[in-house]
Design a binder for this molecule. Structure first.
Ligand SMILES: Nc1ncnc2c1ncn2[C@@H]1O[C@H](COP(=O)(O)OP(=O)(O)OP(=O)(O)O)[C@@H](O)[C@H]1O
Ligand SMILES: C[C@@](O)(CCO)CC(=O)[O-]
Ligand SMILES: [Mg+2]
Length: 407
């Protein structure tokens, strides 16, 4: 892509059920969001490599010559992505001046970039001069897969820049997408990027970031979910900062300490994901929607309790659950928890009456307006999202967008 500018984008995600359990081989159900991360990459001839990350107030630039150590440190095969070794991570940290154990936003983003840039360039033994700009509609570190969207964009752009993947096929709507095997490669490299940010990711977030739509993820297997209705979800960002890496490590510690106590909870979360999948299929089949929604709501409540038990709850999320429960709405955390975002399931239609306040006759729409107003008093951000455009009629491989400008 000499002398060209390329823009790629990848969506964030909402995990319906299965967060944390999925890291331990259980099922997770996730859907992509209509909030995306964008990356612009331009190859240049000024002998420099620049990465600009405005969401996290970071802009770094190096002489390509100063990055030559990457070629001796990383001997990766571009077609067989592998994780950074501890020795490689130590060298990258040393170069970037990141102290050991430092897991702040900038450090993780830069480590991820340096590894993917070095590893993807290693096969061609050349370090291209480039300018990269990444910006996102997703809140950083809030449970909506911002790290995965970042890693997917980096992997897609760097693989395209060094021509390890071909130019994608144009679609009628002006966007373009890669072939399936190329998406597989993007996903594998994004997973390596996620490892640097998360420590021990399951791979569900980068799978949604790469393919979009709704999917079931189980032990590395990605299965598109076709029988799922349009779900309306109220997304609430508590704005309480947290780190997925720390939370995932905390659950592992608890599981190691109390295997016979925490193990069954993870099994129960697995069963919740499977029951949720069956219930969603029943709604699509037109089976007693009212009853099915009641099941979905109960599953949300049970899972939220489980997530509290495994140590990834937060008082801000408890407040969300309590505030929405007052309106007979059901909420749970989504993503790694510990703050970040929660989801509230909204029933379809406009004729649902208030249950807890029968004197206040109103529609779901009114109920949502009221609850949103009440939540905003707690200084949280609320936004409504629908899974409709992200699920129905989409095929795997449809999600990555690319535009080429110039030559
Ligand atoms: N727009 C961005 N620019 C630079 N780095 C980003 C950006 N978005 C995410 N990151 C990187 O990802 C990290 C956040 O990842 P983390 O996994 O903790 O949260 P998340 O992915 O938003 O939530 P979850 O993993 O629960 O879905 C940040 O610390 C940063 O290193
Ligand atoms: C907490 C977790 O299950 C989901 C984070 O979005 C971690 C992972 O699956 O990698
Ligand atoms: Mg993440």
């Amino acid at each position: 892509m000499t002398d060209k500018t390329l823009i790629v984008s990848a969506p964030g995600k909402v995990i319906l059920h299965g967060e944390h359990a999925v890291v331990h081989g259980k099922v997770a159900l996730a859907v992509s969001l209509n909030l995306r991360t964008y990356l612009q990459i331009g190859l240049c001839s000024n002998g420099r490599v620049q990465i600009n990350l405005p969401n996290i107030d970071t802009c770094l630039s190096w002489e390509s010559a100063a990055l030559q150590f990457l070629l001796t440190t990383i001997d990766a095969d571009v077609l067989n992505p592998k994780a950074a070794s501890q020795e490689q991570v130590d060298k990258l940290r040393q170069f970037a001046g990141i102290p050991d154990g430092c897991v702040d936003t900038r450090s993780l983003a830069i480590l991820c970039f340096l590894y993917l840039y070095g590893a993807i360039s290693a096969s061609s033994r050349q370090l291209p001069s480039m300018e990269i700009l990444v910006w996102s509609e997703l809140p950083t570190g809030a449970g909506l897969g911002s790290s995965a969207a970042y890693s997917v964009c980096l992997a897609a752009a760097l693989l395209t820049a060094n021509e390890s993947i071909a130019c994608p096929v144009p679609e009628e709507n002006g966007t373009v997408r890669w072939a399936e095997d190329e998406l597989e490669l993007i996903n594998k490299w994004a997973f390596q990027g996620e490892k640097l940010i998360h420590g021990n990711p399951s791979g569900v977030d980068n799978a949604v970031g790469t393919w979009g739509g709704a999917l079931k993820y189980h032990a590395g297997k990605i299965m598109p979910l076709n029988r799922i209705p349009t779900l309306r979800i109220l997304l609430t960002n508590t704005k309480v900062p947290r780190s997925t890496k720390t939370l995932v490590a905390g659950v592992k510690d608890k599981l190691n300490k109390f295997p016979s106590i925490i193990g069954p909870i993870l099994n129960s979360i697995d069963a919740i994901s499977c029951e949720c999948e069956r219930t969603l299929a029943a709604i699509v089949a037109g089976d007693s929607t009212e009853e099915s929604y009641a099941v979905l709501e109960e599953l949300i409540d049970i899972n939220q309790h489980h997530l509290n038990v495994i140590g990834v709850g937060h008082s801000s999320l408890d407040r969300l659950c309590q505030a929405t429960a007052l309106h007979s709405l059901h909420s749970k955390l989504t993503g790694a928890g510990g703050g970040g975002c929660g989801i509230t399931l909204l029933r379809p239609g406009t004729v649902q009456r208030y249950k807890t306040h029968p004197c206040m006759k109103g529609t779901v729409e009114m109920k949502v307006a009221v609850v949103t107003q009440e939540l905003r008093v707690q200084s949280v951000d609320c936004f409504l999202c629908s899974t409709r455009h992200r699920i129905l009629g989409r095929q795997r491989g449809e999600r990555m967008e690319k535009q080429e400008k110039g030559g």
